[in-house]
Ligand binder design. Sequence first.
Ligand SMILES: [Zn+2]
Ligand SMILES: [Zn+2]
Length: 266
Amino acid sequence: MYVDSHCHINFPELAVKLPEILEKMTANQVSHALCVSVDLPDFPQVLALAEQYPHIYASVGVHPDYEDTIEPSAEQLVDLAQHPKIIAIGETGLDYFRLKGDLEWQRERFRQHIRASRLSRKPLIIHTRAASEDTIRIMREEGAGTDRGGVAGVMHCFTESLEVAEAAVEMGFYISFSGILTFKSAKDLQAVAKALPLDRILIETDSPYLAPSPHRGKMNEPGFVRHVGEFLADLRWISSQEVQEVTTRNFFKLFQFATHSKSDCL
Ligand SMILES: [Zn+2]
Ligand SMILES: [Zn+2]
């Protein structure tokens, strides 16, 4: 079975057809999904999904692309993360591609999330785009990662270089690949996915965005993580069965603090 390590099924376009989406997860051998929070006003919906469905987990955090929203403190995030179905802090990070100008507020927000992860001992979900140097620097400064007494996490929807991936892996982080991996233009990213140790790799959809081939251009959904998994299997010359086993094991290893007591998990 596959796990979709990052989706947004609370977004209206997916939420309106949730029963169909959950059925298609089962049909595509996707056993669990992590529904990732992007801002505090949306958090109650994300939490409600995780409370309603045993195989849906959730996170708490404020995305770096959301400029005009409630700014979370580390203490507030820790407080919200106490719920047993909240297994991660994020998504957080830096995005210098979408937003320009003085982005000090993004860096400060990122620091608050790293502090919340250390305090709550829940892993980080990091979004980084056109900002890898500052991302790695701030992770080091704030003590993210198991090598600094912090908690590891995942670099989600990874599109950076092998050097950036290796720097994160050294800190104890996992690297998650989305449908972008399946795009014909993604040769460099495919090389990264081929070079990394398998026991550091996760897969995701980031749905409703970035549908993998052969659904490119359509609305994405957690069931489509299967296509990312099958592509990865071909790329690495291993069976899709092995990709299922390894990436699912990786997911539950990373999030074990929050998931180990659940009998429906590996
Ligand atoms: Zn993201
Ligand atoms: Zn996302």
